[in-house]
Design a protein around this ligand. Structure first.
Ligand SMILES: [Zn+2]
Length: 492
């Protein structure tokens, strides 16, 4: 559990004082209908009434990051209508969130930082709101009944910026700019709410629409399916690109990429091999000279489908950006830093991010502390690719080499990642080795049945370490408590 330092609390109070923002209405949020719920007889709208049963919780219940996500509703759909002007790095946005209340709500929170909120409505009515650090507390004019579907429309503007995460400090995340002016978003684990108001936790997945308007000459890629280009509705020569993600997605996996000279390029060979459309959104030099390993995408899809079961989405592809020293598995649209593409291990990062489409994106963590369920599985997929290409003997040697390297690395146990260093080497390397050991422990048949069963049973949902262990014991018929206890929670 992380606790605020006193200094942080003082800063937080100052932010509350500075950022309390009335909606564009001068009325207080008294309810016009006092008969629908006993709670509506009060005019109290303070977010400080956080324990009231009709105020949605300010966190969704993540033990590592208590303010991430929110309670009281489930988001069904995010409609993001964005105008980005590269001349002055400004974003004008209108976001419509469709949600269903899971309790009576006189107030509820979204996660959101940065930007100026220009207008905020619940349904057709302006709503009161307060901003307090990353929490946006909304008090609708008319309380929302449990089970009711409602829309929140938020218009906001400002300069998008990168941010740091409490989970790790090695790389700035959020909205980033590359050396050629390309704009892109890498938001794991908690930066979705730095570019759009959201219920920013993998427990609340939703479908997405992206309508992104940019000056002529720029192209836009995004997670999901590309639906087309229309003349922009902004002043001047602009184009609006529409993308749609019709499969539920955790907010952190949403991304857009805006770049001059970028093109969406179909990969017919990989599409044919995998039986799903593969398309990549690439800068001009890589359109002309695609990296060799990209040709392997279709074969990688085939190998991973054999191991994990059917690919969980309806398309795949990657994009390449400058200035980002890593890669991130955005849903159906992995983002690769150019330095990764130019490295000798690009092939293995390709298979790693692809594996995350099953483990991370379709089956998502319910608690960020279970991150080994993402990274251990994706790391193990690198070993499966080695086995496929080079045979079992080389696989065994690489497992042994990785175990040797891990033995002196001082990693935290993969089931106990430090909250301030969530993506430490333990969740990758020790998580991957755990799966290699499990395969030996229960045998190939049970092991791959387990992976396919786990991927299918929790598809497009969330799973915990205990869920995985329960299926492993069920399929193998073995008591694996000691096996997992040692490898997840004890030092190597
Ligand atoms: Zn990964």
């Amino acid at each position: 559990m992380r606790r605020r330092q006193p200094l942080a609390s003082l800063i937080l109070l100052a932010l509350v004082a500075a950022a309390c923002s009335p909606a564009p209405t001068t009325t207080t949020a008294t309810s016009p209908d006092v008969s629908t719920s006993s709670a509506t007889t009060t005019t109290t709208t303070s977010a400080n009434a956080a324990q009231s049963s009709t105020v949605g919780a300010a966190g969704i219940g993540d033990e590592y990051y208590p303010t991430l996500g929110n309670g009281g509703y489930d988001v069904e759909h995010y409609d993001l209508d964005l105008f980005y002007d590269p001349d002055d790095n400004t974003l004008d946005a209108a976001v419509i969130i469709t949600a269903v209340a899971t309790q009576d709500l006189t107030a509820f929170n979204l996660d959101f930082t940065g930007f100026d909120i220009v207008d905020l409505r619940v349904g057709d009515l302006p709503a009161m709101f307060e901003r307090n650090a990353g929490e946006l507390t909304i008090t609708p004019e008319v309380p929302i009944a449990s089970g009711e579907r409602f829309e929140v429309t938020i218009a906001y503007a400002g300069n998008p910026t990168a941010s740091s995460s409490p989970a790790f400090d090695r790389v700035a995340i959020g909205w980033r700019e590359g050396p050629d002016g390309e704009q892109y978003i890498v938001a794991e684990p908690d930066a979705a709410h730095t570019w759009f108001p959201s219920n920013d936790h993998p427990l609340d997945k939703a479908t997405f629409s992206f309508i992104v308007t940019v000056p002529d000459g720029y192209a836009v890629g995004a997670t999901g399916e590309f639906l087309g280009i229309e003349p922009g509705h902004q002043v001047g020569e602009t184009l609006s690109y529409t993308w749609e993600m019709s499969t539920p997605m955790a907010p952190y996996l949403a991304t857009i990429v805006i770049g001059e000279g970028y093109q969406l390029v179909e990969d017919p060979v990989s599409s044919e091999a995998a039986g799903i459309p593969v398309r990549n959104f690439l800068p001009a030099d890589l359109v002309a000279n695609p990296p060799d390993a990209l040709d392997d995408t279709g074969e990688m899809l085939t190998v991973l489908e054999e191991a994990f079961g059917p690919y969980p989405f309806d398309r795949y592809g990657i994009t390449v950006v400058g200035g980002f020293p890593a890669a991130l598995e955005n849903q159906t649209f992995s983002v690769f830093g150019r330095v990764i593409v130019d490295s000798p291990f690009f092939e293995f990062v390709l298979v790693h991010e692809l594996a995350h489409q099953w483990f991370g994106n379709s089956v998502s963590v319910a608690q960020w502390s279970d991150i080994w369920l993402n990274e251990g599985f994706a790391t193990y997929s690198e070993l499966l690719w080695i086995e496929h290409r080079q045979g079992r003997a080389v696989y065994d040697q690489v497992v042994a080499d990785r175990r040797q390297a891990a033995s002196t690395a001082g990693y935290a146990p993969p089931g106990l990642p430090p909250p301030t260093d969530l993506f430490n080497g333990g969740v990758y390397q020790l998580g991957g080795l755990l799966l290699a050991d499990l395969r030996v422990e229960i045998g190939d048949d049970a092991f791959f049945t387990l992976l396919r069963t786990y991927a299918a049973q929790f598809a497009h949902g969330n799973a915990t370490t205990q869920d995985f262990i329960a299926i492993a014991e069920d399929i193998s018929g073995q008591d694996l408590d000691e096996f997992f206890q040692v490898r997840l929670y004890e030092p190597l």
